[in-house]
Design a protein around this ligand. Sequence first.
Ligand SMILES: NC(=O)c1ccc[n+]([C@@H]2O[C@H](COP(=O)([O-])OP(=O)(O)OC[C@H]3O[C@@H](n4cnc5c(N)ncnc54)[C@H](OP(=O)(O)O)[C@@H]3O)[C@@H](O)[C@H]2O)c1
Length: 284
Amino acid sequence: MILVTGATGHLGTLVIEKLLKKVSAEKIIAVGRNTEKLNGFKERGVQVRSMDYDNLESVDAAFLGVEKVVLISSSELGKRFSQHQNVIEVARHKRIKHLVYTSLLKADRAYMGLKGEHVQTEELLLDSKIPYTVLRNSWYLENYESAIQSALAYGVVLGSAGDGRVSAASRADYANAIVEVITSPDKHKNKIYELAGESSFSLADLASRISALSNKPVVYKNLPEEAYQKELLGFGLPPAVASMLADADVGISKGDLFWEGNDLRNLTNQKTLSLDEYITKFLS
Ligand SMILES: NC(=O)c1ccc[n+]([C@@H]2O[C@H](COP(=O)([O-])OP(=O)(O)OC[C@H]3O[C@@H](n4cnc5c(N)ncnc54)[C@H](OP(=O)(O)O)[C@@H]3O)[C@@H](O)[C@H]2O)c1
């Protein structure tokens, strides 16, 4: 049986949908805190269990009969390592046969602060001796949803990424990779893959493609990190999120999310969604 954490979230939902095309529903266990969000999957025969990363007993209970685990990294910045630690500890204890973890592109050598909890998790996982696959994901194209919205409203994309390039792919592309890896018997075990879109763009390119595809003037305005953080606070983002996003942009300016390898395409055997395709889909 395959357990998927974060199944109530965006990526987890796609993973369960795609798993359902490859394995029978009763072999899938979807877990999250608010299991009401999983009622649709339950009706289709998926096992649904409540699990809070912070509650070790709930993690232990959710693992009953589980052979393989997809650990989708938690969204609670600052608490993630201890949360992942609980999952890895239980997985080790239960002698899980394969654990797939979603990390960050080039986590071991990136600049951005976001890498910290991913590096800690990767190290713990490798030390645990659980057969693993680490999928180091670049950005989601969907991260630019609000940038597109404000570009359409105000004619400007703001950021601190300079001319750094982002090799982004869609959540659906990353979900396809997870499903391929967790359903393959052995060939992806004990490997680390760097997953990224096949083409890359700078934020100036993002502005120019939004402009071309919407027929509205849009420019990119590059700001110093602190000024960008202030703008994000002005949009109502919590301070921790504003500071994380500004720091991530500085990481992008240093090449953190640029990648020319083909691991994602090779794993999924599908072309990754391009920026133009994403914007066009968004606009329609
Ligand atoms: N590569 C990128 O561009 C990128 C961008 C954003 C995020 N990420 C990372 O990728 C992950 C998946 O992305 P996403 O878009 O699917 O995020 P998402 O929609 O925010 O989903 C996050 C998931 O984490 C679960 N979670 C959070 N705290 C939990 C806890 N204490 N116990 C159990 N479950 C908990 C949430 O469950 P609840 O429904 O119970 O809250 C939810 O299912 C994120 O969590 C984050 O680590 C990557």
